[in-house]
Design a protein around this ligand. Structure first.
Ligand code: PDD
Length: 303
């Protein structure tokens, strides 16, 4: 099956214990993911066929399953991740991600959990992506602020993403990649990324509370910033303070470290990618090289 699927474009997915061509994968209309958005997901990055901090993604998935009381043991999922890369010809070369989602399963629609126990539906796929060329990255991007309309458990990576969808559509219409979500006057995080702000000597990000997703990339960047000797503060950031920001960037699995030089049409700092963002992206890519045996700075950093 693997060889045939690869000949057809390497588009093999995982569904409930089996690998199969994407066009043959079927999910019931009674799946609670489809009907109610009742599930969780993860997006985990791989470089040169090796996952970067997959254990952290799996820990977050486990916590999400516990929060939603979905009874599933994810301990075999790392093997599924590796096999998805291999079956799709992604075990060398370009950066890629594996997406995995778990829903509560298939049952007649009720708001409460199904009367009879059901098995969760498990779906996964792998996909390559291209990192932004360095010349483009050096220019930075814009971002727009949007109201955060999410529920009070933004730390759970639920598939119910409507507020994020609306936020990111607002960004797309504004011609920028990131929507900065604001609640009660605080700048929390992006529609699919975490927020970091530089105020002179200090690097600031919202604390890992229930109001943001605890990004794996965020955690890595915090480690690297501390190792660099930067002053790191995990505290709420009032939107008004952003006028004094010298640098601003977003982090995430596919975003990596993305500099924002304009927010709502106004320059951030001097309107150019700053030294803290540049240093931290370099350190991040070097960390990728170290943990994955390449695919980070050694690939992107040389002119
Ligand atoms: N998004 N905040 C939100 C709301 C996110 O959706 C994500 C990730 C992050 C960054 O988390 P991490 O560094 O672990 O990727 C922060 C994924 C990539 C997505 O939805 O595709």
């Amino acid at each position: 099956m693997a060889a045939g699927a690869q000949a057809a474009g390497g588009d093999e997915v995982y569904l409930d214990g089996a690998f199969l061509p994407r066009k043959e994968a079927r999910v019931s209309v009674e799946d609670r993911g489809f009907l109610l958005g009742d599930g969780v997901y993860e997006v985990s990055p791989a470089y040169r066929g090796r996952f970067f901090r997959l254990d952290r993604h799996m820990t977050r998935l486990r916590k999400g399953l516990e929060a939603l009381k979905i009874d599933f043991d994810p301990s075999r999922l790392p093997e599924v991740h590796q096999e998805l890369l291999e079956r799709n010809g992604l075990s060398r070369g370009r950066p890629s991600v594996v997406y995995v989602q778990l829903t509560r399963g298939v049952a007649p629609r009720t708001h409460h959990f199904p009367e009879e126990p059901v098995s969760p539906t498990v779906y996964g796929y792998a996909k390559a992506h291209d990192r932004t060329p360095r010349s483009r990255w050096e220019e930075g991007w814009g971002a727009v602020t949007v109201p955060d309309q999410r529920w009070s458990r933004a730390d759970v990576k639920t598939i119910a993403l409507l507020p994020n969808v609306l936020a990111q559509e607002a960004a797309r219409r504004a011609g920028v990649p990131d929507a900065l979500m604001v609640r009660d006057g605080l700048a929390l995080e992006g529609g699919h990324s975490n927020l970091f702000v530089v105020f002179g000597e200090a690097l600031v990000t919202h604390p890992a509370s229930n109001q943001i997703l605890h990004g794996v990339t965020r955690e890595c960047v915090l480690e690297l910033a501390r190792a660099e000797g930067l002053r790191v503060e995990e505290r709420p950031i009032p939107l008004g303070e952003l006028e004094d920001a010298t640098e601003l960037f977003f982090t995430g699995t596919t975003t990596e470290v993305r500099p924002t030089v304009e927010l709502d049409g106004r320059s951030v700092g001097d309107g150019r990618v700053g030294p803290v963002t540049r240093t931290l992206y370099r350190r991040f890519l070097e960390q990728v090289d170290e943990e994955c045996g390449g695919g980070g700075w050694e690939e992107w950093g040389s002119p």
